[in-house]
Unconditional design. Structure first.
Length: 181
């Protein structure tokens, strides 16, 4: 018998599941704290924006290959790492830390990324194994057959990557306003 709808998988402890589900809301709360603790400078903003933009570029590349919920994606950055969206988000987080120019923000961001992304990855991998059976473990072990899908910017937008782009612009604008206003 399967699990009742909405209940966590036995491989996903409730705390892991809760952290994975609430990581975005928690990110907004910690983002406010990071903003209050930030001490940006023109130099930190410029360098941080470049780093964060590189992270967003990784996310766009990944989202342009991803067919969410329908298959295990093996092309583009998925041929290099199992979680390129999280890699891109982590690079964006590093850019935020640099732009904020604050040790306290660095501790908050690194702690947030370590805890929530670890939980999200565990939860996501269990879900993908449940959903796709042996295909996901084969991908994880590097034995899955690779498809020949090409990058599509339209696919990246269908995957709502524009939200991360807009978020990046908003965060950098807020940090710049904090310095300049």
């Amino acid at each position: 018998m399967g699990e009742p709808a909405g209940s966590p998988s036995p491989r996903r402890p409730p705390l892991i599941e809760a952290l994975a589900r609430r990581r975005v809301a928690l990110g907004y709360i910690l983002g406010l704290a990071a903003f209050l603790l930030a001490s940006p400078t023109p130099r930190s903003l410029a360098i941080g924006a470049v780093i964060a933009s590189l992270g967003e570029a990784v996310r766009i590349w990944a989202a342009g290959h991803l067919e969410k919920g329908s298959e295990v994606t093996t092309t583009g950055p998925y041929a290099l790492t199992r979680h390129p969206l999280y890699v891109g988000s982590t690079i964006m987080g590093v850019g935020l830390v640099v732009a904020a120019n604050s040790l306290a923000v660095a501790v908050l961001v690194i702690g947030y990324l370590a805890v929530t992304y670890t939980a999200a990855i565990r939860s996501e991998e269990a879900h993908l194994t449940d959903k796709f059976g042996g295909h996901y473990p084969a991908y994880r072990e590097g034995t899955a057959e690779r498809s020949d899908r090409r990058f599509s910017f339209a696919r990246a937008m269908r995957n709502r990557e524009y939200r991360a782009m807009l978020g990046l612009v908003a965060v950098m604008a807020l940090l710049a306003a904090k310095y300049y206003v």
